[in-house]
Each structure stands twice: as C-alpha cells, then as structure tokens.
Design a binder for this molecule. Sequence first.
Ligand code: DX5
Ligand code: ZN
Length: 217
Amino acid sequence: MGQLAPSILSADFADLGNQAEAVSRAGASLLHIDVMDGHFVPNISFGAAVMKSLNKRDTVPYDVHLMIEDPDKYIADFITEKTSFVTVHQEACRHLHRTVQLIRSLGVHAGVALNPATPLSTLQYMWDDLDMVLVMSVNPGFGGQKFIPSALDKIRQLAQIREERGAKFLIEVDGGATLSNAKELTEAGVDILVAGSAVFGAEDIAQRTKDFVSLIG
Ligand code: DX5
Ligand code: ZN
C-alpha cells in the first residue's frame, strides 16, 4: 500500500493552484514541495511564499523537501496549517539530530533525505527519531531524470532495518518514478512515492494521478 505525492516542481507554475487542486481531488495524499537554493543543489526552484500561496486552495497537505544548505534557518518559514512533513538532507545538516528535534518541536513530522551516494548507516543512531526516510533515486536538483537502479536495493535494505528494529518511520522515494516502476517500488517497501514529471508531464494530470493511485494504493 503506497501513497502518491506529486512534486509540484514539474507543474505549470502559471496554473499552480488549479493543478495542485486537480491532483488532490484525483487521489494524491500529499503535495511534494521541492525547495532548491542553488547551493546545496545546482538549481533554484521557489521558496515559502509560493508554497503559502497554495494555502488558500483546496489541496492535500504538504510534504516539504528542503534541498538547501543550513536548513535550520528556514524551517519555520515552511510551517503552515497544511504542512505535514518537513524533510532535510543528511548531507546539509551539521547537527542532524538537533535539526530533526527542531522540526518536531514545530509540530510537524520530520524526514531525512539521503542522496544516492549516501549510505543508510549515516542514520544508524537516528532510526527511532525519524518520521520518514527519503531515499533519493536521482541526484537532487532537477525533475525528469532517470531512476538510479541502486536505489531499489537501498529501499529493500531500509525496509529490513525498519522491520528488524521495529522502527516506525515511513519510507519515501523521490526521483524517476513512473507507472512502470511504481509497483516494484511499493513492493520493496515504499510508503510514499514522489512523482513529478510523470504526473505533471501528462496530458491529463488528474487521470495520471488516478492511474498511479490505483497501481500503488
Ligand atoms: C529532485 C526532486 C524531485 C523531482 C522529482 O531534485 O527532489 O522531487 O521533482 O521529479 P521526477 O519525478 O520528474 O524525477
Ligand atoms: Zn523532492
């Protein structure tokens, strides 16, 4: 059983409100909000103001993915009544445990993302403190990239660690998800599947959302 989190990075920003409502109505569970600073990743996307402009619209809750340096400075900006998860990158946090506590203290769920080259063992002492682990299946920075196959093995190992330890965190995958690999990913242990270009690149984004949901739900 997986849930779909369409990434608005691939939406038409001139029609963002309507597209966010359309995928929400069609069965998405979360809206994935990709924030890029041009430092941690080689691209700039948008900031909290764009996310907050969606607060007035009828959408599912936000799953905020901060691809930024020094996230502690900005986390509070992304907390709204619709924020459900805030995820930071392991590679961007000098004091990861402190950052995770900060996120939780603001009343939302805390996630940590791992780049493709970052081992699971970097979270060895964090398993019981996390609400979600985000496995990056592309190098972060851009939508529309190809799925890196080793991520599948990483997800399986992560699901095994979770089971062995009786930990409660959710597993999310982000990057290169398509209708062709979605089922395999959820079978490997993914709870939340992020899909950007595969949803918003479709001619009928509502129908594509439904197709994903019926495949993984
Ligand atoms: C990559 C972002 C992803 C991206 C996914 O840096 O974190 O969320 O938008 O896009 P697709 O699904 O097109 O790979
Ligand atoms: Zn993302």
